[in-house]
Write a protein that binds this ligand. Structure first.
Ligand code: MG
Length: 312
C-alpha cells in the first residue's frame, strides 16, 4: 500500500500532510491489522444549541456522521426533551446510531436546604426513571447550588449523596459538573485571622469541600477542564490528589479544541487516564456569530481528538 493511502485510511493525513507525532507507540497500539481502532468520542449536545433544536432528527444524524458515537444530553425538563417525549428522543438517537450515555439535569432549585431535601430526592427519583429509558450510564448535575457557608456545603453534599444513592439503585452513576465558581473559597472569620500575607488565599475551596464531603461510591466528578483552568487551577493536580474521582471529563477550550493555547490536552489526557478516566464529552462554546457554524466547530473538535495520539 502506498504510504499516502495507508495514512489516509488511518485518518492521519491532513491538508498539510502527516499529523505531527502520528507514528508513536500509542497510535500503534490502537491499530488492529493496520487500521486504527475508532475512538469513542462523546459530544455534549449543548454545544450545538439552536442548530440542533431546529432539526433534531437530522441534527443527530449529522453528529453521527461527524464521527461521534455517544451524546450527553442537555435540555431534559418536565420529563421531556424539548418537544419530544423520552421515548421519542431515544428512538431518534437510536435511528441516528448514537448512544445516549449521559445527561445534564439540574434539580428544581439552586437553594438546597434541609427542608427541601425530600422534594429534591423526589425530583431525582422521577428523573432517574426517565433516564433509565434513555439508557444513560451517568446523570450529571451541571450547575452549582448556592453555597455561602460550610453548613450550606454540608447540605449540598447530602443532596448529592442522596441523588447518587437514587441513581445507583437504578444502575446509573451520579456526577457533578463544575464551572469556575467552585474554585472560590469559603472564608471564615477564623481563616481571616490566619492570613499573614494578602497574596496568600485562605479558606476552603468549594470544589474540594464537595469532593471531600461526598461519598466516592455515590458521587463522581465530571471535571470541565476548561472551567477548572478558568478558575486558576490545574486539572492535573486534582487528578492526582483525588485519583479515581474523575472517570468522566468535559473536554473544552475557549473555542475549537486545541486552538487557544490555554489548554494542554496532552498532559490532561495522560494524567487523567493514569487516574481512572473512562469517558469524555466534547463541549464547544464561543463560536463567533458568522465565523462558522456550531456544527462546523464540533466537527473540528472531533478531528482534533481523533488525530491526537494521546487520546485513546
Ligand atoms: Mg462543561
Amino acid at each position: 500500500m502506498e504510504k499516502r493511502e495507508f495514512l489516509k485510511r488511518l485518518g492521519l493525513l491532513t491538508a498539510g500532510g502527516v499529523v505531527a507525532g502520528s507514528v508513536n507507540p500509542v497510535a500503534a497500539s490502537s491499530m488492529v491489522d493496520g487500521f486504527a481502532k475508532k475512538k469513542e468520542i462523546g459530544l455534549q449536545i449543548y454545544s450545538l444549541g439552536r442548530e440542533l433544536v431546529a432539526d433534531v432528527p437530522n441534527g443527530l444524524k449529522k453528529i453521527k456522521d461527524i464521527g461521534y458515537s455517544a451524546i450527553e444530553l442537555a435540555g431534559y425538563g418536565n420529563r421531556k426533551m424539548g418537544e419530544y417525549s423520552v421515548e421519542e428522543y431515544r428512538k431518534l438517537a437510536d435511528d441516528a446510531g448514537l448512544k445516549i450515555t449521559s445527561s445534564h439535569v439540574n434539580p428544581p432549585t439552586r437553594e438546597i436546604t434541609k427542608d427541601k431535601l425530600g422534594e429534591i430526592a423526589d425530583f431525582w427519583k422521577q428523573t432517574v426513571e426517565d433516564h433509565v429509558k434513555f439508557g444513560v450510564k451517568t446523570l450529571v448535575q451541571p450547575m452549582m447550588p448556592s453555597v455561602k457557608t460550610h453548613d450550606d456545603v454540608a447540605v449540598v453534599c447530602e443532596s448529592f449523596n442522596q441523588a447518587g444513592e437514587i441513581a445507583k439503585s437504578a444502575g446509573i452513576k451520579f456526577g457533578y459538573h463544575n464551572h469556575h465558581m467552585e474554585f472560590e473559597r469559603i472564608v471564615t472569620e477564623e481563616d481571616k485571622k490566619k492570613q499573614t500575607n494578602p497574596w496568600m488565599p485562605v479558606g476552603d475551596v468549594i470544589y474540594d469541600l464537595f469532593l471531600n464531603g461526598t461519598d466516592p461510591g455515590l458521587v463522581f466528578f465530571e471535571m470541565d477542564v476548561y472551567w477548572t483552568v478558568m478558575g486558576s487551577n490545574d486539572p492535573l493536580e486534582y487528578f492526582e490528589k483525588y485519583a479515581g474521582r474523575f472517570p468522566v471529563l468535559h473536554i473544552k477550550d475557549r473555542s475549537v479544541l486545541g486552538q487557544s493555547g490555554m489548554m494542554n490536552f496532552q498532559n490532561i489526557f495522560t494524567k487523567a487516564y493514569e487516574n481512572g478516566l473512562n469517558e469524555f464529552y466534547v463541549e464547544l462554546e464561543g463560536i463567533r456569530k458568522g465565523d462558522k457554524t456550531q456544527f462546523e466547530g464540533v466537527a473540528e473538535c472531533y478531528d482534533y481528538l481523533a488525530k491526537a495520539p494521546f487520546v485513546k
